[in-house]
Design a protein around this ligand. Structure first.
Ligand code: SME
Length: 151
């Protein structure tokens, strides 16, 4: 299936040692947004130094006002403290949600661990309601595990 077929490309991008880590993460964002029809915004947030907040590092999709997200706020901020995947089939049903664009219907956030520590996350917005399955979770966990190797 499509997600499985993207794994070699993810690995090949991350192996491009001549590029900066940020450039490689940018390419991953563009690959995923470009290849998966229901991935409409793809970004990586990381902990901002020692602060209790996330900072957007790279993204593909529309500009967002939410480059900094405090821990606990929104779906992203909740994942920063829960250390667990958060799949939101319908964002309107969430109280603690930060809207980036009115077109967004659903969201998936998967924490990124380095040496067992939750240091960031991949965040994907979709303009489709309830598109994410366990296959997306497993695939995005794979992406994050591969990314962690170059951090
Ligand atoms: N919706 C996110 C904010 C980030 S944007 O999706 C880019 C949230 O609730 O944390």
């Amino acid at each position: 299936m499509l997600l499985e077929s993207l794994k070699p490309e993810v690995i090949s991008i991350l192996k491009k040692n001549e590029l900066s880590v940020t450039d490689r993460l940018q390419m991953i964002c563009e690959l995923l947004k470009g290849q998966v029809s229901y991935y409409d915004w793809v970004g990586f947030y990381f902990r901002n130094g020692d602060k209790e907040e996330l900072k957007l590092r790279t993204f593909a999709g529309l500009e967002t006002d939410h480059e900094i997200i405090p821990f606990g706020k929104g779906i992203c901020g909740q994942v920063a403290v829960s250390n667990e995947n958060f799949v939101v089939p319908d964002v309107q049903a969430q109280d603690n949600y930060i809207a980036c664009s009115i077109s967004v219907k659903s969201e998936i956030v998967i924490p990124l661990f380095k040496d067992g520590e939750n240091i960031g996350q991949i965040d994907i917005d979709s303009d489709t309601t309830d598109p994410f399955t366990e296959k997306d979770e497993r695939f995005l966990e794979f992406v994050n595990q591969e990314v962690a190797k170059i951090l």
